[in-house]
Design a protein around this ligand. Structure first.
Ligand code: CP
Length: 326
């Protein structure tokens, strides 16, 4: 068991080795058990986490804020619009200064071609751990919770289990590509075969796909790309279908919406779930566009694990904070 994670950042999914992720999961399950038993676990008493948001959130804010409090510390919610960032505080200033005030610095910055660079810029200057609460490229804490949930539902040995990471239609807004990118990077390391499914205009970043394919080769798993939603679902053990924007095709939101609106039939419904394995689980990081991205029948149905998945954000994030911020 690798245990020396103190002081480490978590920005990209591959920042932690497979063995380090196994440590995170081990601690997460211990913390989940302790919370279920009402057993106090104040590993971070008097520690303070800054939570700097450039983008809205329900689950990420709620779970980090509850999590640091349950660990005996305090979470400081900071909306970027209320700071002096627009008036000149650069990533270096934020890293240097917040790094001296706080024991951990968590950031959500999803702007395309900006978020990940911003978080890395802060991390270069910060003396405390920097945690990526979602950027334009990765959503590593969502992915840790997803992995934890899949293991709870499908067993710890995921070899020969197949996940389909599928695009789905949404009408609300052009969602980031970070969730599918994190999934295809992390899941091969734990033995899962990956099918990535999307309409041609919704490709992911080529270097991320190449890294994912390299992980699949290293761990002896399958990695396929298809462009048909139902084909992707065939015989899947895990259906992970969500929307993302056509950002590699166009960064223009009007053109992106026009492209997206061509694919309204990419909805997760009972007919498509029927071609997956009978015990396949349905996953979504939420928020979902109900009855547009996924039918309520599927989202509220017996195969859906979306609320267990959302709960595991809390336990996985507490594990990383407890391991890195003491
Ligand atoms: N899944 C997720 O990150 O949810 P929020 O955007 O509500 O934080």
């Amino acid at each position: 068991m690798i245990t020396n994670l103190r002081g480490r950042d978590l920005i990209s999914d591959l920042d932690f080795t497979k063995e380090e992720v196994e440590t995170v999961l081990d601690v997460a399950w211990d913390l989940k058990r302790k919370r279920a038993l009402g057993e106090p676990h104040p590993y971070l008493r008097d520690k303070v986490l800054a939570m700097l948001f450039f983008f809205s959130s329900t689950r990420t804010r709620g779970s980090f804020e509850a999590g640091i409090a349950q660990l005996g510390g305090h979470g400081a919610f900071i909306d970027s619009k209320t700071t002096q960032i627009a008036h000149g505080d650069t990533p270096k200033e934020i890293g240097e200064i917040f790094g001296r005030y706080f024991d951990g610095l968590a950031i959500r910055h999803c702007d395309w071609n900006a978020g990940n660079a911003y978080i890395n810029g802060v991390a270069e200057a910060a003396r405390c751990p920097v945690l990526n609460m979602q950027c334009d490229i990765y959503h590593p804490f969502q992915c840790l919770a997803d992995l934890m949930t899949i293991m709870e539902k499908k067993g710890r040995d995921l070899r020969k289990k197949r996940i389909v990471v599928s695009w789905a239609y949404a009408s609300s807004y052009l969602k980031p590509i970070s969730v599918p990118q994190s999934l295809i990077l992390q899941m091969p390391r734990f033995g899962m075969d990956v099918t990535l499914s999307y309409p041609p205009e919704f490709k992911l970043m080529p270097d991320i796909v190449e890294q994912a394919q390299a992980q699949a080769r290293q761990y002896g798993t399958a990695f396929d790309i298809v462009h048909d939603m139902k084909q992707g679902f065939e015989d899947a053990d895990v259906v992970y279908a969500k929307s993302w924007g056509p950002l590699l095709t166009t960064a223009d939101p009007v053109e992106g919406k026009r492209i997206q609106d061509q694919y309204k039939d990419w909805i997760t419904d009972a007919a498509k779930m029927a071609v997956a394995k009978p015990d396949a689980i349905y996953m979504h990081p939420l928020p979902a566009d109900r009855d547009i991205e996924v039918t309520s029948e599927v989202m509220d149905g017996p195969n859906s694990v979306v609320f267990d998945q959302a709960e595991n954000r809390l336990h996985a994030q507490k594990a990383v904070m407890a391991l890195t911020m003491w």
